[in-house]
Design a protein around this ligand. Structure first.
Ligand SMILES: [Zn+2]
Ligand SMILES: [Zn+2]
Ligand SMILES: [Zn+2]
Length: 180
């Protein structure tokens, strides 16, 4: 038999097991309790598998090691529906590399390849944060009694991610200009 892993599992392992259950193209682990006519697929958690039926307390604390390794899942054949193992693999990798990594200031992970960018007329870019800051400026003028608005505006400008997520064009907001 194959190697097994025993709970507790990491978030990465849980994400991979979730993908395995729904998208691997292989038969998912199902509940081993007798009370179901059609055993439901088990749901992975940090502390192991559990049965999605709230009336069922079936638990299982082990999984096959290959279940957490999408590249070990079988390749698609015929006209199988749902995501391919490659797509499932990418989904797991996305879950593994902290989703928010693409949103930190200066991140280039989502940027298009240079040869594609060369075909685009990207023009000026104002980040959503700085754009919201500008909108707050207008709101400040209209609502001088709201003393909290300048704080929100300043916060928005400090939240700017600086470069366009997909094109890398730098934010054109004046707040980024060096003050002498
Ligand atoms: Zn069950
Ligand atoms: Zn700004
Ligand atoms: Zn900005």
């Amino acid at each position: 038999m194959t190697d097994t892993i025993t709970a507790p599992w990491t978030s990465e392992q849980v994400a991979a097991l979730e993908q395995f259950q729904t998208a691997s193209g292989m038969h998912p682990f199902t509940c081993g309790a007798d009370l179901h006519s059609l055993p439901p697929a088990l749901v992975p958690s940090h502390s192991g598998w559990y049965c999605p039926d709230p009336a069922c307390d079936y638990r299982q604390d082990w999984a096959h090691t290959f279940m957490t390794n999408p590249s070990a899942w079988p390749k698609p054949f015929g006209d199988r529906h749902g995501p391919t193992p490659e797509e499932a693999h990418d989904a797991v990798l996305a879950a593994i590399s902290n989703q928010s990594a693409a949103n930190v200031p200066g991140a280039t992970t989502e940027q298009l390849p240079a040869d594609v960018l060369a075909l685009l007329d990207t023009g000026r870019y104002l980040s959503t944060a700085c754009e919201t800051g500008r909108l707050l400026d207008e709101a400040i003028v209209r609502n001088p009694d709201r003393g909290d608005l300048p704080g929100w505006r300043d916060r928005m400008h400090t939240r700017c991610r600086l470069n366009h997520k997909f094109t890398g064009v730098l934010c054109g907001c004046p707040c980024h200009e060096e003050k002498p």
